[in-house]
Write a protein that binds this ligand. Structure first.
Ligand SMILES: [Zn+2]
Ligand SMILES: [Zn+2]
Length: 112
């Protein structure tokens, strides 16, 4: 059984840690257990996978518009999961990468 609680809403529109620290992200992932929104492994800070490692919450879902795949960090596999509590993705007017105003001009050179 995967570690998923479909009743928990996402923590907010952006990566929790990047929002607190003034950072920026490429794509966003949502923890399927506690709703933590973190940045993907291509982002400079990789907060989604750090959250999984720190908390043992192994499952994330993409928090990008139009994507509904899940990823299990422990099993290292993607899979189909249940619908999670809305919203299912960050606001569509939020830029990628984001957030607005904090992305450096050479962001493509800074991806992992
Ligand atoms: Zn982040
Ligand atoms: Zn979590």
């Amino acid at each position: 059984m995967k570690d998923i609680d479909p009743t928990i809403p996402p923590s907010g529109p952006g990566c929790v840690e990047c929002t607190a620290s003034g950072g920026w992200w490429f794509h966003l992932r949502r923890c399927a257990h506690c709703g933590h929104v973190g940045c993907c492994d291509s982002s400079p800070s990789q907060h989604a996978s750090h959250h999984a490692a720190d908390t043992q919450h192994a499952v994330v879902q993409s928090y990008e518009p139009g994507e509904d795949w899940f990823w299990d960090y422990a099993a290292e596999e993607d899979f189909e999961g249940p619908p999670l509590a809305p919203p299912r993705h960050h606001p569509v007017d939020q830029p990628v990468p984001g957030p607005a105003g904090r992305v450096p001009l050479d962001w493509e050179d800074r991806l992992n």
